[in-house]
Design a protein around this ligand. Sequence first.
Ligand SMILES: NC(=O)c1ccc[n+]([C@@H]2O[C@H](COP(=O)([O-])OP(=O)(O)OC[C@H]3O[C@@H](n4cnc5c(N)ncnc54)[C@H](O)[C@@H]3O)[C@@H](O)[C@H]2O)c1
Length: 330
Amino acid sequence: MSDRLRVGIVGCGGIARAHVSAYHSIPEVDIVSVHDVVPAAAEALARETDARIAKSPQEMAAVDDLDAVSICTPPALHFEHCRPFLEARIAVLCEKPLEANTRAAARLAELTRRSRTLFMTAFCHRFHPAVIELKKLIDNGALGKPLLFRNIFGGYLPLKGNHRANPALSGGGVIIDNGSHSVDLFRFLVGEPTAVQAVAGNAMQKLPIEDFGMIVLERRGKVFGEITSSYSLKGCGNWLEWYGTQGVAMVSYWNPGEPDLKYRIEGQTEWTPIDCSSHPDRFAGEIGHFIGCVRAGQRKAAVTVEDGYRASVIIQAAYESAAKGKKIAL
Ligand SMILES: NC(=O)c1ccc[n+]([C@@H]2O[C@H](COP(=O)([O-])OP(=O)(O)OC[C@H]3O[C@@H](n4cnc5c(N)ncnc54)[C@H](O)[C@@H]3O)[C@@H](O)[C@H]2O)c1
């Protein structure tokens, strides 16, 4: 491997910009090739990055001598788009959710295992500065043992013309989209859930997918998670709350007047704010970690294909629960 690292981007839409900006913050990385099925999208990103335009993911994997690739296409294309890179043993950072359904996610996990290649599922919230600091608080025991996890990713996203509103591309609505992040955060900050219950509905936007979902996760009947996901809650902020046997911590995602993270131990009257400003933002943190693994020749990143697959299994069980109106054991 030379001193410089050669990176490709497949899918040149919204999230690709976050990847590009994070790669650009690493001096030894060159984005050398981009691909999109829409020529204008590929041309725009090629101009922004000075990269060439590849005809297909297969051509990119074959000719661009890449060290790593970011897969930034809609979920139902992830297996197809990761495959040529895994077969060529090129490190992959694949956007969440891992795939549009659990069967495809299992195929991608199996292909990754066989290829023995670095694969990272892009659960960027694990690298959100306040989540990193919360994890330290949890791990050092300050908050005690977990009892309750609450997370809302809301806000308003009009979905007309967006791939998220096409279930053949997205695999579902806000439950698989934002809910995948929330389920991964529960696994990261609490542990593996053992049962799930969910409801799903169309609160506001007329779409063939749900724009509202609530998931209740359980861990051995003793620890609970309450997850709310919506594309249609105007003015709604994003929050994560973690309640333990000794105290509580709250992550505020850019809510005005709120610190990024605050906690309170039983008996304290005041919240203690935690300064998270020394961390890079979540995309820079995620991609910095990925590139560090590539550089070190590591096969395993902090977030693996198995993490993507587990989230997929839990999300599919949430949809089954919403459809059947009953609790599903995991
Ligand atoms: N980690 C995060 O916080 C986060 C945020 C947004 C999106 N995402 C994920 O990133 C992925 C992409 O989302 P987005 O918001 O960037 O979507 P987008 O629609 O803005 O971009 C997707 C791009 O893929 C291209 N594309 C579609 N079909 C293609 C094909 N067959 N071949 C090549 N290119 C094709 C589209 O033309 C488009 O440019 C999704 O999996 C989404 O869930 C993650």
